[in-house]
Design a protein around this ligand. Structure first.
Ligand SMILES: [Zn+2]
Length: 135
């Protein structure tokens, strides 16, 4: 590897900047500083960590009469996803998942609270004060 190589941007197929490559030599030299900066910025804008253990538990005890589905939609701003765990960048932030069937998200588009209530045979979506039902 050419150690004189400077920091290299990476672009996706659609031309969006997806990351930056830093030569190991530079990284090691400035690792502490860089990590401080990166972590500090993360902290500033950070939402509470997603309770993924709750979500996994919820999936483990899934006993509804329909297959697991990870669809989430926000009726306030129209944002939707067929699998909230796969979005990049994320559209919905998991707030909680209870074994009772209530899974709550925050819509990252408009900050609305989006909940999915899982009943035996159907799912009830609620978005702040709007309610819609999807069989
Ligand atoms: Zn929204």
């Amino acid at each position: 590897m050419n150690s004189k190589m400077s920091v290299q941007p990476f672009y996706s197929e659609t031309g969006q900047l997806t990351g930056v490559w830093i030569p190991a030599e530079k990284w090691l030299k400035h690792q502490d500083d860089l990590e401080n900066i990166l972590l500090k910025q993360e902290k500033k804008s950070a939402l509470p960590a997603e309770p993924l253990a709750e979500w996994k538990n919820f999936l483990m005890y899934w006993d509804f009469n329909y297959p697991v589905e990870k669809k989430v939609e926000c009726k306030s701003c129209g944002s939707e996803t067929s699998d909230w765990t796969e979005d990049n960048p994320k559209k919905f932030h998991l707030r909680n998942a209870s074994l009772g069937g209530l899974v709550a998200f925050m819509c990252l588009g408009c900050q609305s609270r989006v909940t999915k209530k899982h009943f035996k045979d159907h799912i009830l979506y609620e978005c702040s004060d709007l309610t819609c039902e999807i069989k």
